[in-house]
Design a protein around this ligand. Structure first.
Ligand code: PGA
Length: 260
């Protein structure tokens, strides 16, 4: 009996100490702003220099893990402003070479972004599959390279064969990445998927790969973000992340939905 009492005491002490961290770990949703090939140097600086950094905004955004994916040339500037202003933002790249460092003209290797604190790599986006003919095996090599370099892959899958697009990956690799489900018709069209459809996608990914971490992308806005965050682990936002005011509105909207 005494032992049981001690166990309860320990449990409550542990709960008390870790209360706040526990809340953040369980509830934080991932919001990735994919800027694609938009913005100039001064526009990037303006966006980041005006991102709210006051204590109240931080509290309001605490349920979110916010990531920006600027074009490669602006990663250094973004890192610098994020650090100087201590912004609650992390960095992603929009692609990553399947090769290491070396004679690969035009490629950007994980090795090149070392020291910039890049946390995520968006890989296999449908725009790259369609416009640059990126194949499933090439994307699988990029995933492997990202994992080797300690960068978390955000693997984009789209309709109609979203499970077969991951066939070149091992189940061990699948466990370590985030899947961004992005139906092509929803991207940039204003025709977002129904949040309810994500439940079937998640079930299928779980059945096929035992995979669980799923985010949604395609015409996410302040009006629909709440619905998506209720059924998945985050969102990949393109157009609606470009204007800072729109983006911040969306973040506050997301936070208010999560706080309910
Ligand atoms: P969109 O883009 O939000 O502009 O539809 C999303 C994406 O392509 O990742």
């Amino acid at each position: 009996m005494l032992l049981i009492n001690y166990c309860f005491l320990f449990y409550y002490r542990f709960k008390e100490i870790h209360k706040y961290r526990f809340v953040f770990v369980v509830m934080q949703k991932l919001i990735i702003a994919n800027w694609k090939a938009n913005k100039t140097l001064s526009e990037v600086a303006h966006w980041l220099n005006n991102f709210p950094s006051d204590q109240e905004s931080r509290m309001q955004l605490a349920s979110l893990q916010i990531v920006i994916a600027p074009p490669y040339p602006f990663l250094g500037l973004a890192r610098q402003i994020i650090d100087e202003r201590q912004l609650p933002l992390q960095l992603a790249v929009q692609d990553l070479s399947a090769f290491g460092s070396g004679a690969y003209t035009g490629e950007v290797a994980a090795f090149n972004v070392q020291g910039l604190g890049v946390t995520y790599a968006i890989l296999g986006h449908s725009e790259r599959r369609r416009l640059l003919a990126e194949s499933d095996p090439l994307i699988a090599d990029k995933v492997a390279e990202a994992l080797r370099s300690g960068i978390k892959p955000v693997l984009c899958l789209d309709q109609p064969n979203f499970t077969s697009q991951a066939n070149y990956l091992t189940s061990e690799q699948m466990q370590k990445l985030i899947i961004a489900y992005e139906p092509v018709a929803a991207i940039g069209s204003g025709q977002a998927e129904e949040p309810g459809d994500l439940l079937g996608v998640r079930q299928e990914l779980q059945r096929t790969y035992g995979h669980t971490q799923l985010i949604y992308g395609g015409s996410v806005t302040a009006d629909n973000i709440g619905g998506f965050l209720k059924v998945c682990d985050g969102v990949l936002v393109g157009g609606a992340s470009l204007d800072l005011r729109d983006f911040i509105d969306m973040l506050y909207q997301a936070n208010s939905v999560l706080a309910v």
